[in-house]
Design a binder for this molecule. Structure first.
Ligand code: Q0Z
Length: 292
């Protein structure tokens, strides 16, 4: 078995790393790091990386009939020290856009709507409130910023960046279909999947392929359905204890983020595990035994 230390590190995000494997494979490793207000805290949330990897695996397995994906394995070929929180994937030629789908008006979608009545050039009905459900999910692409925030763009600009209008239409349709599948499934289990971000690429045969992570709480807004109340910002299913505690300390949201106290870590870990168990219908222990 390969050790993680023997693999070249090719990219490092706020909470994940990508290593290069053998013959056109990559190893995506999800850490237990957590960010609030875009800043990573020095205290990990145990099992967070495993929950996110388990959720991505669940969605990849359930959406292969909509679009092929990059997943190869979460057990064979995964170094022991990251088993449970790592996925071996096929290397793709990534498309240069973030594929966001929104079912509800929140974040930059709500901001743009208030200013213009549109989101990414899509006309949205007048008179909507923050967090309202949209009549149907919309594809709201964004640029991939190397630093700072992604910029929302309209479909024409996305097609220009991709360089192929028919392919961009396929990406839009597949994005909406995967979101719709996941959002319906999650809603039946008490979680509103307000929006999500996908990344796609082309495989060695030029086939459109879903990459990255899928409908995790880090790539999506998860809201507790029983607390849903349009007209305000919704609580986060997973991060709300950390946000509330961080605000109560008077932290100004500039780096460095404060260390998280034990009771907040414990309750937050329980929320991630609850999200995994609600969505998959399986005990989280089952994920750990499947991968270790
Ligand atoms: C994804 C990212 C990071 C995690 C590159 N299958 C693929 N083929 C080629 N490239 C990628 C993938 Cl998933 C790829 N990212 C985003 C960055 C940690 C994911 F640092 N970057």
């Amino acid at each position: 078995m390969t050790a993680l230390a023997d693999l070249p590190l090719i990219a490092s995000g706020k909470v994940r790393e990508i290593y290069e494997g053998r013959d056109r494979t990559l190893l995506i490793v999800a850490s237990d790091r957590i960010s609030t207000y875009d800043v990573v805290h020095p205290t990990p949330i145990p099992d967070k990386g495993a929950v996110l990897t388990g959720l991505s695996t669940f969605w990849f397995e359930r959406t292969t009939g909509i679009v092929p994906n990059h997943m190869i394995s979460v057990a064979d070929g995964v170094p022991d020290e990251v088993r449970g929180r790592a996925m071996l994937v096929r290397r793709l030629d990534m498309l240069p856009i973030e594929c966001v789908v929104r079912g509800y008006l929140s974040g930059s979608g709500w901001k743009d709507y208030q200013r213009t009545g549109e989101v990414c050039g899509i006309r949205v009905p007048p008179g909507l409130s923050e967090s309202d459900r949209l009549p149907e999910p919309i594809f709201t692409p964004a640029t991939k910023a190397t630093e700072g925030h992604d910029e929302n763009i309209d479909f024409d600009r996305a097609a220009e960046l991709v360089g192929d209008r028919a392919l961009t239409e396929q990406v839009r349709d597949v994005s909406i279909a995967v979101y719709q599948h996941a959002a319906e499934h999650a809603r039946e289990r008490g979680i509103i999947l307000a929006d999500t971000k996908f990344e796609f690429g082309l495989d060695a045969d030029g086939q459109l392929t879903l990459g990255d992570e899928v409908c995790t709480p880090d790539s999506s807004r998860f809201w507790p359905a029983d607390e849903y109340e349009p007209g305000r910002t919704q609580p986060s299913f997973d991060k709300q204890f950390v946000r509330d505690w961080a605000s109560s300390t008077g932290w100004d949201r500039n780096p460095p983020a404060p260390a998280i106290p034990d009771d907040v870590v414990t309750r937050t870990r329980e929320k991630y595990i609850e999200a995994y168990e609600r969505i998959t219908g399986e005990p989280f222990d089952g994920w750990l035994s499947r991968t270790r």
